[in-house]
Design a protein around this ligand. Structure first.
Ligand code: LMR
Length: 342
């Protein structure tokens, strides 16, 4: 399409949008503001669906003054590159897992990685929907990043090619983790060998035996086909994976106020949506993994779960210097978690 007909289309589109929304205060520019939203997971996951929902709502509420381009599955950038791209302004929006903020210099986010710190979504939301969650997002601003929302994924399982029923079953295994010192310590605590690796490389690393196993949520396992290359999966629920939706602060602050307001509204609604579907999506993916018949799923007995908790809880104390004793304490207080009960 020529530049002229492109412009014509944009102008006609803008005129139509205006006609359809006469009460809107949004000034519709000839060229829409483009927001590139890059992420590393499949579209058919809680984060993928959340990003698509945000696109739908943001474009609707801004009457086309903003166009959101979603790039899923590491098609634009991988884990580490995407944060650099955001800081440089090459992308405008990301939703990295909370385990990936340490390398950015904000170690406190790794508190979300502490094993067994959240006894389910309800406890977690006391943090992500409360003051502690907001204080953590505020810590991103000196780095030129604005935190817009928390999106849930879910609780992690562990996988390998040998059965996992007890912490000792992980001994000596090379296990892929995200780039978090807390996750590193968690694996060392059970004498496993943690290997930090980009999400996009996990399937191949498991397939070729570069690593023996990994941990992730069921939606990530299924959509990356990890169950095809792992014979055993244990439903340990030992940790949480969720996201902070972030944007380049300079970009965000530079948006026209009415546009920003509509984007905030779209983000609030997309956040509710993503958090509503997260558990169900993971439950469905567990059934999909089960139905594939490729991997044996082990649900922990109470005694087995207690053994994992006992083995991993010392990580909380050991990581005080990394994430801050006060950060850990504020989470205990928000959720009511009491380590002395175990
Ligand atoms: C991972 O690297 O395992 C996850 O952070 C991927 C994701 O974004 O859910």
């Amino acid at each position: 399409m020529s530049k002229f007909s492109q412009l014509r289309r944009t102008l006609i589109g803008s005129a139509l949008s205006l006609a359809l929304a006469p009460l809107s205060t949004l000034a519709v520019a000839a060229e829409p503001i483009v927001i590139k939203f890059s992420h590393v997971v499949a579209q058919d996951t809680p984060k993928g669906k959340g990003a698509d929902k945000f696109k739908e709502l943001a474009e609707k509420y801004t009457n086309g003054a903003v166009r959101i381009e979603v790039y899923p599955n590491s098609t634009l950038y991988k884990d580490k590159e995407e944060v650099e791209a955001l800081q440089l302004g090459a992308v405008q929006m990301l939703a990295p897992s909370l385990s990936k903020f340490g390398p950015l210099g904000v170690r406190e986010f790794e508190v979300f990685d502490l094993p067994y710190i959240f006894d389910g979504y309800e406890a977690l939301h006391k943090v992500t929907k409360g003051a502690v969650g907001q204080q953590l997002l505020d810590k991103l601003e000196p780095r030129g990043i604005k935190g817009l929302a928390y999106w849930d994924n879910g609780f992690k399982a562990l996988s390998a090619n040998t059965p996992i029923r007890a912490p000792a079953d992980l001994r000596g295994k090379k296990l892929r983790i995200q780039s978090s010192k807390v996750l590193e310590e968690q694996m060392r605590e059970v004498k496993a060998l943690p290997q930090v690796m980009a999400f996009s490389e996990v399937y191949q690393a498991l397939q070729t035996g570069v690593v023996d196993g990994t941990e992730n949520t069921l939606s990530n396992y299924f959509t990356q086909k990890v169950h095809e290359v792992q014979k055993h999966l244990a439903l340990t629920d030992h940790g949480y994976i969720g996201y902070a939706v972030i944007t380049n602060k300079r970009f965000w602050d530079g948006l026209p106020a009415d546009v920003r307001g509509q984007l905030e509204k779209a983000m609030d609604e997309a956040t509710d949506y993503a958090n509503q579907i997260a558990k169900e999506e993971n439950d469905q993916m567990l059934e999909a993994v089960r139905a594939s018949g490729r991997t044996e799923i082990h649900a922990l007995s109470d005694a087995e779960r207690a053994a994992f908790i006992k083995a991993l809880l010392p990580v909380h104390k050991k990581m005080e210097s990394r994430v801050g004793a006060t950060t850990i304490k504020s989470i205990y207080e928000a959720t009511g978690f009491d380590p002395s009960k175990f």
